[in-house]
Design a protein around this ligand. Sequence first.
Ligand SMILES: *[C@@H]1O[C@H](CO)[C@@H](O)[C@H](O)[C@H]1NC(C)=O
Ligand SMILES: *[C@@H]1O[C@H](CO)[C@@H](O)[C@H](O)[C@H]1NC(C)=O
Ligand SMILES: *[C@@H]1O[C@H](CO)[C@@H](O)[C@H](O)[C@H]1NC(C)=O
Ligand SMILES: *[C@@H]1O[C@H](CO)[C@@H](O)[C@H](O)[C@H]1NC(C)=O
Ligand SMILES: *[C@@H]1O[C@H](CO)[C@@H](O)[C@H](O)[C@H]1NC(C)=O
Ligand SMILES: *[C@@H]1O[C@H](CO)[C@@H](O)[C@H](O)[C@H]1NC(C)=O
Ligand SMILES: *[C@@H]1O[C@H](CO)[C@@H](O)[C@H](O)[C@H]1NC(C)=O
Ligand SMILES: *[C@@H]1O[C@H](CO)[C@@H](O)[C@H](O)[C@H]1NC(C)=O
Ligand SMILES: *[C@@H]1O[C@H](CO)[C@@H](O)[C@H](O)[C@H]1NC(C)=O
Length: 573
Amino acid sequence: MKDSNSNTSSSSNITRTEPLGQNIIKLISNLCFSVFVFSVLIFTVIAITYQPPDPWLQSSPALTNLFTQSQNATFRIDSSIIKTGEDLSPSPQEPPLPLPPATVSTPAVTEAVIEKAEERIANSTPPLPSPTACVETLNCSDPRVLLAVQRFNLRAFKSIAFFDYQTPVNGSVAGECDVAWRFRNKREKSWRKYRDFRRFRISVTDECKYKVVHAGGWHSGSNARRNMTRTSGGKGVKTLPPRVSNRDDEINDTIPTLGSESNFRNGKYLYYSRGGDYCKGMNHHMWSFLCGLGEAMYLNRTFVMDLSVCLAATYNPSNKDEEGKDFRYYFDFEHLKEVASIVEEGEFLRDWKKWDKTHVKKKKVPVRKVVTHKVTPMQLKKDKSTIIWRQFDAPEPENYWYRVCEGEAAKYIQRPWHALWKSKRLMNIVTEISGRLDWDFDAVHVVRGEKAQNKELWPHLDYDTSPEALLEKLKGMVQPWRNLYIATNEPYYNYFDKLRSNYKVHLLDDYKELWGNTSEWYNETTLLNNGKPVEFDGYMRVAVDTEVFYRGKTRVETFYNLTKDCKDGINTC
Ligand SMILES: *[C@@H]1O[C@H](CO)[C@@H](O)[C@H](O)[C@H]1NC(C)=O
Ligand SMILES: *[C@@H]1O[C@H](CO)[C@@H](O)[C@H](O)[C@H]1NC(C)=O
Ligand SMILES: *[C@@H]1O[C@H](CO)[C@@H](O)[C@H](O)[C@H]1NC(C)=O
Ligand SMILES: *[C@@H]1O[C@H](CO)[C@@H](O)[C@H](O)[C@H]1NC(C)=O
Ligand SMILES: *[C@@H]1O[C@H](CO)[C@@H](O)[C@H](O)[C@H]1NC(C)=O
Ligand SMILES: *[C@@H]1O[C@H](CO)[C@@H](O)[C@H](O)[C@H]1NC(C)=O
Ligand SMILES: *[C@@H]1O[C@H](CO)[C@@H](O)[C@H](O)[C@H]1NC(C)=O
Ligand SMILES: *[C@@H]1O[C@H](CO)[C@@H](O)[C@H](O)[C@H]1NC(C)=O
Ligand SMILES: *[C@@H]1O[C@H](CO)[C@@H](O)[C@H](O)[C@H]1NC(C)=O
């Protein structure tokens, strides 16, 4: 492991014990042991920071085990993406938890809805003119056109729920209509919706009925793009209040301000200053963040949040820790703002300083400083100070935020997983890729990288994920010539070429332009980053790769599907 940097130096200090009194020796060796255990932990955290991370889903219970059982120091972590709140919500078809009024949603368009609309039209409008006249007067805004499209979509995309159709508009030539709608994959657990607009060629049958004869691909109906919610008159078409559309289409992750000074003074804050979690892996980071946010919720305080994330080397192409990553690249800040009381650290410090400057000593903001995680949240419950400031200046691992939530506190503090959703910007890329594959693809997850090289712990993995073995195994599970999405940490693009003799292979890098310098993602993240372009880093890659995999129809996992080796090494399953 080449990154034996500053973090591991603590292990070199612990070998120097001197003969003192028995008790003292005992004490010291106990201490040494725990230091050792923790340095192993730290080392393990670093050890997994080894290039391409595995796109492996890890649930929050698994994370809980991971960190709570760390005393054993035998665990091995996958550098994976964490499952976030939208994955953990109880039922896909119900909105998770209290939603703001703006998200209260129209029901999905189903066959029953279409039939009802048909009845209504039959009763209210005159029948179509004679067959010859039908052909000349394909009128996209005729509600029957929309119904034909809706019916077509329901049959063509069984895994999608459709919402909020807009009145069709003319396509590029006569006989075509462009239609826009919102949708959600039924497998998706999030309540979020995405937009699609497609071009349909419509013919009129002898019975003078509209029929879709051809449907364009993902986002082909450019005339129906935008401009959707504005008017859309007509029967059977849902007109939405504009706020809903803003929420769905635009991402509002501006940093909220506290407003007036008295707003600041009347608030109650919980402020965690930067601790040992900084520059750790994303899982560690979020495990800690959610502890702090959980404590703030328990104390009924506003959590002071540092949006600037330092991501450990694992995820960075540069293979160095990188500071200054924005929380909003990875997670949905808009959602967080809605469900939790938070204030951005910079705003908070500015207002605090301003207050103290303009007020004499006695009226300065009351602050309670807490210097060790051993002071429990329960002890702070009665504290009336405006600011409770937890400082994490002790040496590692005493300076991890998540230690606040250990022991007795774990009974009182709930990590608010529901507050953490994946970034909509990343999910837009996921949706775009799945959409281009028409939501009709199978997926295989191929773990290689470090594990494939480690023959001791994973004796068969390398062979079982070799192109020949893969092809043989997949033949039994995936029909020939299906679209096959391969989620993998194998860096060599052509590694899977052999599969192309049987499948239409798709890899994340086939979609580079979705985060390239002409993409929406690029524009938007650049804007967040004060005009500097943002790198599409390893964590983002794994997040997108994993989520696309998850949307495949047949999903083939590496462990237990492709190989008998255990996920966590030999004899762990
Ligand atoms: C720690 O390791 C011991 C022996 O290896 C095992 O019996 C025990 O269950 C482990 N504890 C945890 C919390 O994993
Ligand atoms: C198209 O249909 C809509 C709705 O039925 C109607 O209001 C409109 O006048 C029609 N346009 C033409 C050119 O027939
Ligand atoms: C749509 O096309 C039809 C003929 O194909 C035309 O009569 C109608 O005016 C067009 N509508 C709009 C809004 O351009
Ligand atoms: C909507 O379309 C009209 C013309 O059809 C155009 O003038 C207007 O600028 C569009 N609005 C937006 C927000 O794109
Ligand atoms: C974005 O959200 C903030 C609240 O967090 C709100 O004050 C602001 O008006 C919103 N901006 C837009 C353009 O909706
Ligand atoms: C939380 O504090 C606010 C005022 O700061 C108060 O109105 C509210 O009732 C408190 N809620 C709980 C559950 O204590
Ligand atoms: C985008 O990237 C390509 C190649 O990476 C480069 O040639 C091009 O100049 C870039 N365009 C902009 C606008 O930065
Ligand atoms: C990105 O921004 C550039 C310059 O502002 C603009 O020309 C381009 O159309 C934008 N691209 C997308 C996909 O929004
Ligand atoms: C992969 O393995 C799991 C568990 O053994 C099994 O349920 C699933 O059906 C397998 N997938 C395929 C595609 O065979």
